[in-house]
Design a protein around this ligand. Structure first.
Ligand code: C5P
Length: 286
């Protein structure tokens, strides 16, 4: 008998803006961010099995090493759902890795959200959306946003998500072979005195209206300054994108990736052509 299989895409995200509002007592920071899924995605496949097991395929120079043990967020997600699901059994979870790791693109969080959704189906848990969102919040601050499957305006420490309208845009993604840990980026923000960017209303209007020319100059990320000070090459990537003709460029999440906004796909390919190793993505997927 063939084993039942459920397969789901786990899209990388970019933060079109990221505004850090304040440090909190619990060690997190209140923030506001427009989080948009991209056409670059891992693929999660789950199958019936006796025990719970995670395999990571395709980890490479591009993606970096993915932990296969306890730190793997797909495994953490499976264990969290298992606790909430009476019908939970074993499962073989295969992660086909395409998203660079620790790159500010939410790869681990995307894997976690997709694994929860896939196993909820495979195990017939029938766990409702609100409970899935609570499980995701416990796994990581970015995971609730990834559960939604479309652009969201994220707030709180990341757990408050509201669907947002964003037209598809083409972006050029520059990534590095090193990551930035988010606790470090937020601590550096504290140490730098914690600057907060502007009200994002105009940016949200430009994103909803598909106006790339207006959106480009409005992109911002409050973690850029603190990360650029430690990793000048990330700041240089932003400069490369702008001098190659991007309408605007911004670091995603806590870095190290930077995305540049293009007018359209042809423009994105022209920019990427001048930056070896960069990738064209659409966000949200066209
Ligand atoms: O929730 P997650 O495990 O992804 O967070 C990792 C770390 O990033 C936190 O322990 C905290 O240091 C920092 N962080 C934060 N404020 C947020 C999200 C993350 O300070 N809103």
């Amino acid at each position: 008998m063939s084993r039942r299989t459920v397969r789901r895409e786990a899209p990388a995200k970019i933060n079109v803006f990221l505004r850090v509002l304040a440090a909190r007592e619990d060690g997190y920071h209140d923030l506001e961010s427009l989080v948009v899924p991209t056409s670059l995605a891992d693929v999660i496949t789950v199958r019936d099995a006796e025990a719970l097991r995670v395999e990571v395929h395709g980890a490479s120079e591009l993606t970096g090493e993915v932990p296969a043990g306890g730190l793997n967020l797909a495994l953490v997600a499976a264990l969290a759902l298992g606790d909430a699901c009476p019908g939970a059994g074993g499962a073989e979870i295969v992660v086909e890795k395409r998203i660079p790791v620790a790159a500010g693109l939410g790869g681990g969080s995307a894997d976690a959200a997709a694994t929860i959704l896939a196993l909820n189906e495979l195990w017939g848990c029938g766990v409702d959306e609100a409970t899935l969102a609570e499980l995701c919040e416990r796994i990581g601050s970015d995971v609730p946003a990834m559960l939604v499957g479309g652009p969201v305006l994220m707030s709180g420490r990341g757990e408050l998500v509201a669907p947002a309208r964003v037209e598809p845009f083409h972006w050029v993604l520059v990534h590095f072979d090193f990551g930035v840990r988010s606790p470090d980026a937020y601590r550096w923000w504290d140490e730098a005195g914690g600057g907060t960017g502007p009200d994002p209303s105009a940016l949200l209007d430009a994103a909803a209206g598909g106006d790339a020319e207006a959106l480009g100059p409005l992109l911002f990320n409050d973690l850029e300054g603190p990360v650029f000070a430690r990793h000048p090459v990330v700041s240089e990537a932003k400069e490369w994108l702008l001098s190659a003709g991007a309408l605007g460029a911004v670091m995603s999440g806590s870095g190290s990736s930077v995305v540049g906004l293009a007018r359209d796909e042809t423009h994105a390919r022209a920019i990427a052509g001048s930056l070896p190793g960069s990738i064209v993505v659409s966000a949200p997927p066209a």
